[in-house]
Design a protein. Structure first.
Length: 230
């Protein structure tokens, strides 16, 4: 877990900022600040970006946290038996990460998120409503479920960064992403509270709700593909 920190140290020492960023920093008298992302010109962007991040991460963490338990408790699989199902899910997620960035550039930031948020929600509903005995279908459906929920993230950080001007780009991206992570953590927590009465599969619907929130949040955010960063 600590190994990525070594890479961060190397990046900080050896990777230089883009020339445009350095020029803006030298030419601008205005320094970025945390409060700037809540001022009139950026407040709307910050609020909707927080909502978007909450929905995307709420849906993702709900699945990442509870699918193994769902397979064990609701589907009656052994701990070892869940391995094949999770392998399909993780393989789909891996390919989703690899292709999501290309699709973000090709389709546009917002369209990519909308497509895969809707597909992720549909996959969750299908995954949790597969009838007993159709475990083969459950196994196969894990692949598109993993693919869709991960394809969003490849371009997600870039989209958040592109919403802000250079002076507060890191602040805006970092705050909205991590606020979404903090609030989104309540989604799997809620599943835990409801699992006894609804069952894990029934409670997993809140993952789909998270992706619905993400789609609604995009209504308040602009498309940034091809935008000249300034």
């Amino acid at each position: 877990g600590a190994l990525p920190a070594l890479l961060v140290i190397w990046i900080r020492r050896n990777v230089e900022d883009a020339p445009h960023v350095a020029q803006v920093r030298e030419a601008s008298r205005e320094r970025g600040s945390f409060t700037a992302i809540f001022r009139a010109g950026l407040l709307r962007t910050t609020l909707f970006a927080m909502l978007l991040s909450t929905g995307v991460q709420g849906g993702y963490y709900t699945l990442a946290t509870w699918v193994p338990t769902y397979l064990k408790d609701d589907r009656g699989l052994t701990v070892i038996g869940t391995g094949g199902y999770l392998t399909f899910l993780i393989s789909g997620a891996f390919l989703g990460y690899l292709t999501g960035g290309y699709l973000t550039d090709r389709l546009g930031r917002k369209r990519n998120i909308v497509i895969f948020a809707v597909l992720s929600a549909l996959c969750i509903l299908a995954y949790t409503n597969i009838p007993s005995g159709a475990d083969g279908l459950l196994l196969v459906l894990g692949f598109p479920l993993g693919f869709c929920m991960s394809a969003i993230f490849s371009g997600f950080g870039s989209f958040l960064a592109e919403l802000y001007p250079t002076a507060v780009r890191g602040t805006g991206q970092g705050f909205t992403y991590n606020t979404g992570r903090a609030v989104g953590a309540f989604f799997p927590t809620l599943v835990g509270f409801l699992a006894d009465s609804w069952g894990v599969g029934g409670a997993l619907v809140f993952g789909a709700v998270g992706y619905g929130i993400a789609v609604l949040a995009l209504l308040g955010l602009p498309e940034t593909r091809g935008r000249e960063l300034a």
